[in-house]
Write a protein that binds this ligand. Structure first.
Ligand code: NAP
Length: 316
């Protein structure tokens, strides 16, 4: 069954569940997973220059297009601007490099990966001397120009708090279409979701299952007692409960699996509905905790953020 869609402010339709590729294993494994995903009905692919997975995804998509499995128009493709490409003059070359690796003429969504600017070649987690003064308006303007050129059909942000998004909405000529953030039953981001809904910014959840395999990864999402109880009640897996919950509250999910069984399980999470009381139980009883605080982006010398409270504008 095909995943439902969310309509972006541009009119584009983004499938509610996307294939996450934030983990580099081997090009062959990723290509195989992308092709399996396409055959299972995935039409939304999430990558980023920082992940090192654009080339493998581009190769797999080229195979799928050539084989007639899917057309470019049917695929919703997201990539992200690395934090060391924030200088306005770097945005076009960075996007062109992504397009070339992905073997496409445009991406459907181009996100500013994080509200942090780094020196060239710096990787996450950056060292103190690699963090540079931030100029989000300058970077955003360069992203708006890529939208005008048609290289990005929609532009958006990632890891923005309500405050940072509000500031951006004040001066943006082209408002962000999306904000991709950590979001799952144990970090529900209610305030941010309400803010985004009010301003027509589509929210996408990263690490929707708790990000196992990442440094912040935790079993606590898939082993949360409420999630387990609902899984038993609806005869679904914990992952299916989480993904269905996200769709029902209007949040898209990019979920990573390179395993065919789990890819199938994750895309087949739309043939049932959580009841209003199930949604209420998740919202009112699951204790809240941000898994990825990213304290390594904060310091009292080079960073625009002295503390994690400043980084997330108290949404922590
Ligand atoms: N914008 C950002 O800053 C940002 C940050 C982090 C992530 N992301 C994006 O979000 C995507 C997803 O996040 P994530 O990779 O951190 O975490 P995730 O999707 O929450 O979790 C991935 C982990 O869960 C396992 N898994 C997948 N399906 C499962 C299922 N049905 N049952 C049990 N385990 C399952 C995967 O293992 P197998 O592969 O073995 O199935 C993998 O270990 C990333 O790939 C990336 O595209 C964006």
């Amino acid at each position: 069954m095909e995943a439902p869609f969310f309509q972006l402010r541009t009119g584009a339709r983004a499938p509610a569940v996307g294939f996450g590729s934030g983990t580099f294993t081997s090009a062959e494994e990723i290509k195989g997973a992308v092709l399996s995903a396409i055959k299972l009905g995935y039409r939304h692919f999430d990558t980023a220059t920082a992940y090192g997975t654009e080339t493998a995804i581009g190769e797999a998509l080229a195979i799928a297009f050539d084989a007639g499995l899917v057309t470019r128009e049917e695929v919703f493709l997201t990539t992200k601007l690395r934090s060391d490409d924030h200088a306005p003059q770097d945005v076009l070359p960075a996007l062109k490099k992504s397009l070339s690796a992905l073997r496409v003429d445009f991406v459907d969504l181009f996100l500013m990966h994080a509200p942090i600017k780094l020196t060239k070649g710096a990787r996450f987690p950056p060292k103190e001397h690699e963090i540079l003064p931030l100029d989000i308006p300058g970077t955003w303007k360069a992203m708006e120009d890529r939208f005008d050129e048609g290289l990005a059909k929609a532009i958006g942000v990632s890891n923005f708090s309500s405050k940072k998004l509000g500031d951006l909405l004040e001066y943006a000529r082209i408002p962000p279409a999306a904000n991709q953030v950590e979001l799952h039953p144990i970090w529900q981001q209610k305030k941010l979701r309400d803010f985004c809904r009010a301003h027509d910014v589509q929210v996408f959840a990263w690490s929707p299952l708790g990000g196992l395999g990442k440094v912040w990864g935790s079993k606590s999402v898939l082993e949360d007692p409420v999630v387990l109880e609902l899984a038993a009640k609806h005869h679904k897996s914990p992952a299916q409960i989480v993904l269905r919950w996200l769709t029902q509250i209007g949040v898209g999910a990019v979920v990573k699996s390179y395993n065919p069984q789990r890819l199938r399980e994750n895309i087949q999470s739309f043939d049932f509905d959580l009841l209003p009381e199930d949604l209420e139980t998740i919202e009112s009883t699951v204790p809240q905790r941000r898994l990825a605080a990213w304290e390594w982006l904060c310091n009292s010398t080079t960073s625009p953020y002295k503390t994690v409270q400043e980084l997330w504008d108290d949404e922590i």
